[in-house]
Design a protein around this ligand. Structure first.
Ligand code: THU
Length: 138
């Protein structure tokens, strides 16, 4: 049984924390604030916002800030995740950020998505990851 199944996720609260994070977004170029929030396997709740750059391609997605916060506040693995725009609407993590989330996911991690609650394996099937590298080394 996954961590999320043992302790059902309060998605309304997690979404509210993500929405609060959008208020800190630095988005002078896209004007599209994003807030991400997640529950860690020790029960911590973390969040992050997007931070853009005049060199557009260097912009940091909200998930980047969230993963930095994960490590800054003690590490662990993500068990539940959501991200929203400035209106509080759930959005999908971009492809790069699905890869980023996968790397730090607990088995069975769940995400609130535009098509309902999905596991990390559903949103990035057959993911390339640390195990791929480990298998090659052996
Ligand atoms: N963005 C995120 O923060 N996360 C995503 O998963 C999708 C896109 C941000 C990047 C950029 O600052 C803005 O949304 C518009 O693309």
């Amino acid at each position: 049984m996954s961590a999320a199944e043992r302790d059902p996720v309060d998605w309304d609260t997690l979404r509210a924390i993500a929405l609060e994070a959008t208020r800190h977004a630095y988005v002078p170029y896209s004007k599209f604030p994003v807030g991400a929030a997640a529950i860690v396997d020790d029960g911590r709740v973390i969040s992050g916002c997007n931070v853009e750059n005049a060199s557009y391609g260097l912009s940091l997605c909200a998930e980047c800030a969230l993963v930095s916060s994960l490590h800054m506040t003690g590490g662990g693995r993500l068990v539940a995740f959501t991200c929203v725009n400035g209106n509080g609407d759930t959005i999908m993590p971009c492809g790069r950020c699905r890869q980023l989330l996968f790397e730090h996911s607990a088995p069975g991690m769940v995400l609130e998505t535009v098509s309902g609650i999905r596991t990390i394996d559903e949103v990035i099937p057959d993911a390339f990851g640390p195990r791929t590298l480990e298998e090659y080394r052996q």
